[in-house]
Design a protein. Structure first.
Ligand SMILES: Cc1ncc(C[n+]2csc(CCOP(=O)(O)OP(=O)(O)O)c2C)c(N)n1
Ligand SMILES: Cc1ncc(C[n+]2csc(CCOP(=O)(O)OP(=O)(O)O)c2C)c(N)n1
Ligand SMILES: [Mg+2]
Ligand SMILES: [Mg+2]
Lengths: 362, 325, 362, 325
């Protein structure tokens, strides 16, 4: 990789951002009355968090492998390094809540409970894929879980998510919508039109920016005038909040507040999770714009999975056995998933003309 | 049956469908307090309230995109884009989203929505006088309707609203005042495809749609006076495209003129002509003559503007040309 | 007109906005040393301001007449009521500075010094029009004066103006760009993309919003989430300022500050002039959305021409004779202008194919 | 003369013109630090600096619009839109502004700029695999170039940059690696219009452009083995459209196949076919056969995708069909 550019700034993630502190406290603040029952709950919940983050990590690693083997085509954007955001966010939702995200969508698909086998099968272009092999890596979806999918036109899904929120309010439901995007996506016109309408109509939606410091290869301060992205909320009279996206407990606390506000009719929010991708933008990325050291620095100090596990060890919630058992299970699960993808059939030629229209003629 | 204007026919369709189905709502610029830039939704805000008649910000992508999202989650939005010239600002939402979601996610997502928009001209200048129906009709996943009569306007809009797919419904600003017989039956529905013979004739086939279909009828009447019987085919919808009536007609008349209001090169007339050649090659006594707008940005000055858009004279000249008279 | 909607809020203009105060002070603050020389200068400058505002008013009245006589076609958007903004803004500029505005452009054309005859001729569609009869009312321009014209796609001219500013910085010039738009135009994506880029690249441009409380017929609070439009600047780390747009001296003071900042490399600003149109959005506007009283209330209390003249009378700068003389001159000028338009020839058919390309073939 | 890739040819053109004229600058997403999404501008940031190689925010309207503004005021911007699929987000700036300003203001404003963008596919899914050249080429005021060879890529891009009008320069992602002879003369300029005969043949005329022209040459070689001599016409530019070589060829071969990578209905193939019929009607022994992409949103799965885009087999089948063999 090239010499480190003066424009990169991993400090933003290596040193936890301000907001993250109180987030952490609240995190601990969770502990309450009946200690042992609470301990069991704590353990169960935190192991599940751990399991999901690790599952995402391992599935992504397997995905990268399959891509290099030529079994997955097109653009492939890995979520490695950002696991705490998807897992933290989804853990604050009820199943009916809606999720819409961009093409870097594998983590959300897994957090929303999609079967890793069906996810890999989609990337393999198999008919058993979550989208029948028609969408691929960038277009995973499971509408039955209100996971509306990943979208590949930057910013294109913001108006859609806003409309879903509008339909919720129109129908008097109390569901909320989470709309995930990257830092680079906040510069496009659809961001402005969507946030204005959401605030104007006080819609139950949270715009969640995963600020991983790069828009593809363009560093944050070269692509946006206000690098404190959460402050863009001010232009819409909307609350904004920034927090450490590498610490799953912090993510949970901050997202929970916004979700509650939205559910109680308090309207939309703009959240900014400070995070970092440990891999290139896509598998094709030569990463001229940052150095190996940049990546190593963050990975070694701020790996979200390590941060979570370590805290639970320190709190005496996890034992080495717990995490060992889980990673063994996940290893098997990933092998099974890959096998499922491998063995699944490709779509029949008939699939070509299916689903262009719901009604061929009307 | 009652004689009403194209504008009233559209208002009837919207009003009836909104009363029929709570899930139908309207969103667009100035459709409420202002009363609709072409007065189609005049009175709707008072009748249905601000929840179902939403005065949107000037945000074409937001208007269409939120409508798509609402449709994905079960509503039946009718989004209004003030004119087709601004619709191209929302093209990403229409082409990359509305048209693709059902297919791209393997059938999981449906987008039952209508985008109403308007073509037209009248000293509005280069940016406000364009026709883009050929662009929308090029895209698989969209249905594109271009009604010429009040009856079609009502019947096709009602079907579009009750449908399950995204429909681009293109009106014409110079047709709003045109009157015609329209059934007042609340279930008066017309298919979103299917061309029609508006006038029978044995000498030449005129293939067209929207306002040009009305103009063609007037030209045909004049041609009749000189003994030329023109058959006028109104395509009515451009996707799906129903070429059958036009082909049958050409097989009978052996001569065809295609007239459209958009620019000629790569415009709608190219596809209509190409398909006539492909499907009636051996029946054509002469090449199809295409009549379309001159290929210039629309000038403001009326003395120039009137030279750009096809008129009866140019159509009649084209008929003479194809008949070699 | 319909019953007054609960959503209109003429108070925003009838009661001068906060910012306007200090503006006014500074206005008086202009007075300096040698009183009599200053008095002469003051008088000359203020009479010119008066002349331009009145000229706009009279030309617009004549334009409306010609439209009802069918001599002007298409859409016609009058500037009556907003004169203080265009005249105040342009009076702070040097001739090389650039001006780009929306379709409500007659006032700026006149303030930038275009000949009323050529302006009316343009609306008549005559070859002697400022744009050769090709543009009409919405597309007046005189590039020789760096008046880049009026644009009819809402928000469409913002990126253009931003690019002009970029070319100025690129070439190391010290000119500035004024980009005028309406309140409704601040909701479209191009507003966001333009302001972000202008702030990111610190371009010499002032985005001036003429907030006349309506986006066509949609009241301010129904079309935008942050009705204090100047605060939208916060989303771009850009200074914002709001002021009374009915008081030309206030306009001058506030615009001058932003222009100086831009000229000195201080980057872009977002200004909001509170104003009101005394006529409909266009000649076709039935104005269901406001009452005659709404309009009368503002017109009677806050007519920008009256405010300016009255202050100069009070300050002993203007005499009745001065203003009478000027309005007589203007009356003649408008008659001459209309006559010029009437008598000018329509473009020749050849004009149809001229100017599609600079180079027909290359 | 040197053998270089289409990618290198484009880089050469940009580099030479930037050295020649200070007024030329580049703006686009990830053209600098990333090195260009297709590596065309790799190394440019170091060579020319951030003032002339601007890594823009993701803001297609802003990128094109600011480039138009800079062009209005005397610069010669080359704006890069990462792919044509995103270009439709900037369509308002291109169609309602770049294409119209010179005309609409009576010749007062010039827009000397180039928009470089890319068509292509390769398991990129429905929103990333489209071709919209027919839309741009429909618009008076724009010039639209679709080079198939490294030499055209270089020579036409240089002319576009030195020109005074807005040019939409559409590359093809699957051509970047293709090599060809390219003059290294710094003033190697090629006209922005003018179709060319890439291969002579007496039996059938294949009319096409961009990547399909290369594919047509391969198909023609195979056809030759069965004794069918195909003449291949590369349109090179779609606006202005030069039909003469195609028409002359058809007058000789009496048979024509049009092959394009965009969707068939209302696509580029419609206009090309229509004009062949219009100008060579009496010379055609059979209807023109159109080969184009199947009318579906592009599926991701490779087993389906490969059925959508025209390949050599489909072209050869079309030639057999038109020759009735
Ligand atoms: C409208 C549009 N423009 C450009 C692209 C190409 N593109 C895909 S991802 C990307 C960068 C997005 O960065 P960011 O929003 O920060 O998300 P991240 O990849 O970092 O998660 C770009 C430029 C696109 N897909 N859509
Ligand atoms: C993109 C676009 N959408 C819609 C329109 C139609 N339109 C013209 S002016 C206007 C209202 C603009 O209001 P505002 O920006 O406040 O300016 P004002 O007319 O009040 O000066 C609308 C909706 C347009 N010209 N362009
Ligand atoms: Mg990012
Ligand atoms: Mg306004």
């Amino acid at each position: 990789m090239a010499a480190k550019t003066d424009t990169t700034d991993v400090a933003a993630v290596t040193t936890k951002v301000e907001a993250s502190q109180n987030g952490k406290e609240n995190g601990h603040g969770l502990v309450s009355e009946n200690a042992t029952r609470q301990h069991a709950l704590d353990k169960e919940r935190n192991l599940e968090i751990y399991r999901q983050m690790l599952l995402i990590r391992r599935v992504e690693e397997r995905t990268a492998e399959a891509y290099t083997q030529g079994k997955i085509g097109g653009f492939l954007h890995l979520y490695i390094g950002q696991e705490a955001v998807a897992v933290g966010v989804v853990s604050t939702l009820i199943p009916e809540d809606h999720l819409v995200t961009h093409y870097r969508d594998h983590g959300y698909a897994i957090a929303k409970g999609c079967d890793p086998g069906a996810i890999l099968a989609e990337m393999y272009g198999k008919s058993t894929g979550v989208s029948g092999g028609m969408g691929g890596s960038m277009h995973l979806a499971d509408v039955s879980r209100h996971f509306w999918g990943g979208y590949a036109i930057v910013g294109g899904h913001l108006p859609l998510a806003t409309g879903i929120a509008q339909s919720i309010k129109y129908q008097g439901k109390n569901e909320v919508v989470i709309c995930v995007m990257g830092d680079g996506s906040t510069n496009i016109g659809m961001f402005h039109e969507s946030l204005n309408m959401a605030s104007l109509y006080q819609l139950p939606i949270i715009y969640l920016v995963e600020n991983n410091l790069y828009s593809m290869g363009t560093p944050l301060k070269l692509h946006t005038s206000l690098t404190e992205i959460h402050q863009k909320a001010r232009g819409y009279g909307m609350p904004g909040d920034r927090f450490d996206g590498m610490d799953v407990e912090v993510v949970q606390e901050h997202v929970k507040t916004a979700v509650q506000r939205a559910r109680n009719g308090g309207g939309p929010s703009l959240l900014e999770a400070m995070t970092y991708r440990f891999r290139g933008h896509s598998m094709a990325d030569p990463q001229f714009y940052r150095t190996r050291n940049d990546v190593e620095e963050v990975r070694s100090q701020r790996d979200p999975i390590h941060i979570h596990a370590q805290r639970q060890y320190d709190r005496g919630i996890f034992t080495e056995e717990d995490t060992k058992r889980i990673s063994d299970e996940i290893e098997k699960e990933v092998i099974r998933a890959a096998q499922f993808a491998e063995e699944s059939p490709f779509p029949e030629p008939e699939a070509l003309y299916a689903n262009i229209y719901v009604e061929e003629r009307n | 049956m009652a004689e009403i204007t194209y504008r009233e026919a559209l208002a009837q369709a919207l009003r009836e469908e909104m009363h029929r189905d709570e899930k139908v709502y309207l969103i667009g610029e100035d459709i409420g307090h202002y009363g609709g830039s072409y007065a189609v939704t005049k009175g709707f805000l008072d009748e249905f309230g601000a929840k179902r008649v939403i005065d949107a910000p000037i945000a074409e992508m937001g208007i269409v995109g939120t409508a798509i999202g609402a449709a994905m989650n079960g509503l039946h939005p009718v989004a209004e884009l003030m004119t087709v010239n601004f619709a191209i600002l929302a093209l990403d939402q229409i082409v990359n989203h509305a048209a693709k979601l059902h297919y791209m996610f393997g059938g999981q997502i449906k987008v039952p929505m209508v985008v109403r928009t308007v073509s037209g001209w009248g000293q509005l200048g280069a940016t406000h006088s364009q026709s883009f129906e050929s662009w929308f009709a090029h895209v698989p996943g969209l249905k594109v309707v271009t009604p010429a009569t009040p009856a079609d306007a009502k019947g096709m809009l009602k079907t579009a609203i009750r449908g399950q797919d995204p429909v681009i419904f293109i009106e014409h600003s110079l047709l709003y005042g045109v009157k015609g017989e329209v059934p007042d039956d609340e279930d008066f529905l017309l298919p979103l495809s299917g061309a029609q013979v508006l006038r029978e004739g044995s000498d030449v086939t005129i293939v067209t749609y929207s306002r040009m279909a009305i103009l063609a009828l007037r030209a045909a009447a004049r041609l009749a006076q000189e003994g030329i019987e023109a058959e006028v085919i109104d395509m009515r919808a451009l996707r799906p495209l129903d070429m059958e009536p036009a082909i049958e007609s050409v097989m009978k008349t052996n001569h065809a003129v295609v007239i459209t209001e958009d620019w000629r090169t790569l415009g709608t007339s190219a596809e209509l002509a190409a398909q006539i050649y492909e499907q009636a090659f051996d029946y054509l006594d002469a090449p199809v003559v295409r009549v379309a707008s001159l290929e210039v940005p629309m000038p403001y000055s009326k003395v120039l503007e009137r030279l750009v858009v096809p008129d009866e004279e140019r159509l009649i000249k084209a008929v003479h040309e194809v008949l070699n008279r």
